[in-house]
Design a protein around this ligand. Structure first.
Ligand SMILES: *[C@@H]1O[C@H](CO)[C@@H](O)[C@H](O)[C@H]1NC(C)=O
Ligand SMILES: *[C@@H]1O[C@H](CO)[C@@H](O)[C@H](O)[C@H]1NC(C)=O
Length: 440
């Protein structure tokens, strides 16, 4: 008996994770190493190909060539190898200390038909890529992944993302974790190419995109703006750091946690105007993304999004935004509908999804006891899927990376606020009272 006890004691003290595994049947995963994805094509071949939506029926194709003579041209068509159309775009490049980027090409192609596969070639050079355009009407499948990075976890997350079809990927900030080490931006472009060249990736910035260096690079976002330009002009924004776009019944607002957001800022005025333009008949769903969470019960990054929440929450609430995705915290958390720190049936559902696979590891500790506003929280790597089923219903699922498998750990049906009788009255009436909930 004594021997058995000693044996159990030794086992537990040597392998404490066994105890935890028993608690919730899952061992928290440690961070994994960074993958540096090499450039295996020739210097004049396209690399780091990725696509993003532009307006109703256009697509921007972005890529990099090491050689400067390569043309910013995309040939495309509906059959492999048969390019019936061609478009020319522009290019840019940038320097960051001793680093000089390759030639970064951006070409907008279209008009394109919805739900259609196009084959394309960049700069007149192989390889051929293909993408599928999103549908023009609901249903529509979003993938949501935040704080992606380029580690072995990123690889697993991307693998899981690809394993089920989807239409558009949306990312609430923190892409490459290059953190001023510019070759990591190129490596990130290569690790995501097999995914981001097939489906549009729509992103907004996180703190890892800033890359400010005092005096020399005082405004930051040099690499991010050069490599990942989003369609901000199309939504009336003057900055790549915040914009909106519409796809199949959904108005998506990409906010900038690292741009000015106070009431007299450009971003605030743009957001006000953008919200006022939304037609809920055309886009019954409104989704917003931002990096530093407004609602967060993890002990990591507490309060970092608070001043932005104080400045902008009321605008989103009055516009009856359905969902807000947040990044930054390396964990998953889902809140109930909230406004001003209280449960509110007409407020957005807040979801933190900063668990894509960054190199810094997970944010393991949550405040105790849990706030009643927080319905599910777990520090694990993973990604989310938002299926906009129809005008009134959407299905959200969080897919946890459980080593090589994925496991759907959290799921919930959501009803659009534009279809809620109580909440939609104020959508249509454009509430002007400061709290906006007087009819509830
Ligand atoms: C990353 O994933 C790809 C595709 O699944 C695989 O071929 C590659 O070996 C992986 N790389 C690493 C370093 O795990
Ligand atoms: C929308 O989808 C939900 C869930 O599948 C279903 O119950 C509802 O009837 C659908 N509404 C319409 C108008 O089709």
């Amino acid at each position: 008996m004594r021997k058995l006890c000693l044996c159990i004691f030794l086992t537990i003290s040597l392998f404490p994770q066994l105890l935890r595994a028993k608690e919730d049947d899952f061992v928290r995963q440690p961070p994994r190493r960074v993958i540096f994805t090499r450039h295996l094509r020739s210097d004049s071949d396209p690399q780091q190909v990725h696509i993003s939506l532009v307006g109703k029926d256009h697509m921007k194709v972005s890529w990099v060539t090491d050689k400067k003579h390569c043309k910013s041209v995309v040939e495309y068509g509906k059959e492999s190898g048969k390019y019936t159309a061609k478009a020319t775009g522009d290019h840019t490049s940038y320097k960051y200390f001793f680093y000089s980027s390759g030639k970064i090409h951006h070409v907008t192609i279209g008009p394109l038909e919805p739900s259609t596969t196009y084959f394309y070639r960049c700069g007149g050079s192989d390889p051929e890529f293909s993408f599928r355009t999103p549908p023009s009407k609901l249903p529509l499948d979003f993938v949501v992944a935040g704080d992606l990075g380029q580690t072995e976890w990123t690889n697993t997350t991307l693998d899981h993302i690809q394993s089920i079809d989807y239409d558009v990927l949306i990312l609430p900030g923190d892409l490459s974790y290059a953190d001023t080490h510019q070759p990591l931006w190129d490596s990130f472009g290569r690790i995501v190419e097999p995914y981001a060249s097939r489906r549009p990736w729509m992103v907004t910035e996180g703190n890892h995109e800033i890359e400010i260096f005092p005096i020399i690079y005082p405004t930051g976002f040099k690499a991010y703006n050069a490599r990942w330009p989003m369609p901000y002009q199309e939504s009336g924004s003057t900055s790549n750091l915040y914009y909106s776009f519409e796809v199949a019944g959904t108005h998506v607002i990409m906010l900038g946690s690292y741009a000015e957001f106070d009431a007299d800022s450009e971003q605030y005025k743009w957001l006000q105007a953008d919200l006022a333009k939304i037609d809920r008949k055309k886009t019954p769903w409104v989704v917003a993304l931002l990096h530093a969470p407004w609602y967060n019960t993890n002990t990591a990054h507490q309060g970092e999004g608070e001043s932005m929440r104080l400045a902008m929450e009321e605008l989103l609430y009055r516009a009856r935004v359905d969902l807000v995705f947040q990044g930054h915290v390396h964990a998953y958390e889902r809140f109930t509908r909230v406004y001003n720190n209280e449960a509110d049936p007409c407020g957005p559902v807040y979801i933190t999804i900063g668990d894509g696979g960054n190199r810094e590891g997970l944010a393991l500790s949550f405040e105790d006891p849990a706030s009643p506003l927080s319905l599910y929280r777990e520090p694990s790597f993973g990604h989310g899927r938002l299926k906009m089923v129809n005008e009134t219903h959407a299905f959200w699922g969080w897919h946890r990376n459980d080593d090589s498998n994925f496991v759907v750990k959290d799921q919930v049906w959501l009803q659009s606020l534009s279809s809620s009788k109580t909440c939609s009255r104020s959508v249509n009436q454009k509430v002007t009272s400061p709290t906006g909930n007087d009819e509830l």
